[in-house]
Design a protein around this ligand. Structure first.
Ligand SMILES: NC(=O)c1ccc[n+]([C@@H]2O[C@H](COP(=O)([O-])OP(=O)(O)OC[C@H]3O[C@@H](n4cnc5c(N)ncnc54)[C@H](OP(=O)(O)O)[C@@H]3O)[C@@H](O)[C@H]2O)c1
Length: 254
């Protein structure tokens, strides 16, 4: 595999879903680490107003709705000088494969988490190839490594993100582009507000991701739980699957 280290200092980044949660923390971390410019892909352009004074001209909010092709094209036309693409935006629609809502939850999760990510990446890939060094960072999930029952549709979408990341890495082997997969466990954001378990902070997760770029890592397990899952996954992937299945059956017994 190629060893490409991508320090954000002096570079231009594009973050999807930059207005809250992990995306907002990544945006701030990039700017704090000296990024020249960060395009903040958001559905509400005013959502970054509170940060703009602090980062003056370096923070550039850009309208981006991953369910709207025209919005993707317009946003990526603007971001001509991008060097680091962070595919962070995502949705979590609960549901497994044995419910009436299965097809709906598959469609919702895939529309944003998979198709949106692919469309944004394809729109920017030629630009990234033109840079001296560049990076594509895809936020998958530990559920992308093994499926969590009752969140099967979301897990499948994140497994697709994992596979897309591997595919891109293979295709871009021996180029200037670092392709990083990020596999978070539970992080304290809007997405997990109803989940009563221990969660890491978006700030910690963002720091690990940006450090991963600086170190040229291809796999990043950015929080306490994902570090444990990641270690197990790298040695015994089937045990992770069994543990996730067992976790849900234990919850149901309580
Ligand atoms: N939190 C966790 O425990 C956890 C664990 C593993 C992986 N992840 C992944 O980490 C990423 C960030 O999640 P988060 O926890 O920060 O969630 P979050 O707080 O719910 O933020 C999701 C972000 O995605 C944006 N988004 C949703 N649909 C979009 C669309 N159609 N077009 C453009 N942007 C859209 C949201 O924008 P709006 O505000 O406009 O809706 C928001 O900025 C996601 O890919 C998620 O799957 C999270």
């Amino acid at each position: 595999m190629n060893e490409i280290k991508v320090s954000p200092k002096g570079r231009v980044a594009f973050v999807s879903g930059a207005n809250r949660g992990i995306g907002r923390a990544i945006t701030i971390e990039l700017l704090e680490k000296g990024a020249k410019k960060v395009y903040a892909g958001v559905r509400n352009i005013k959502a970054m107003d509170d940060l703009k004074p602090e980062y003056e001209g370096r923070l550039v909010p850009v309208l981006l709705d991953l369910r709207n092709d025209r919005s993707i094209i317009k946003a990526t036309k603007l971001a001509k000088d991008v060097e680091i693409l962070i595919n962070n935006a995502g949705v979590y629609e609960a549901g497994g494969f044995c419910a009436d809502e299965t097809l709906d939850s598959m469609a919702i999760n895939f529309e944003v988490n998979v198709w949106g990510l692919v469309k944004l990446t394809v729109s920017l890939i030629d630009r990234l190839k033109q840079r001296e060094t560049a990076a594509i960072v895809n936020i998958s999930s530990v559920f992308g490594l093994a499926s969590m029952p009752m969140a099967g549709a979301y897990s499948a979408s994140k497994a697709a993100v994992h596979s897309i990341t591997q595919g891109l890495r293979g295709e871009l082997f021996a180029t200037n582009i670092l392709v990083m997969g990020v596999y978070p466990g539970p992080v304290d954001t809007e997405m997990t507000k109803d989940l009563e378990i221990e969660k890491d902070s978006p700030v910690n997760v963002a720091r690990e991701i940006i450090q991963g770029l600086i170190d040229g890592k291809e796999y990043v397990f950015p929080d306490v739980m994902s570090k444990q899952v990641g270690e197990l996954y790298l040695s015994e992937p089937i045990t992770v699957e069994k543990q996730f299945a067992h976790y849900v059956s234990q919850e149901e017994e309580v």
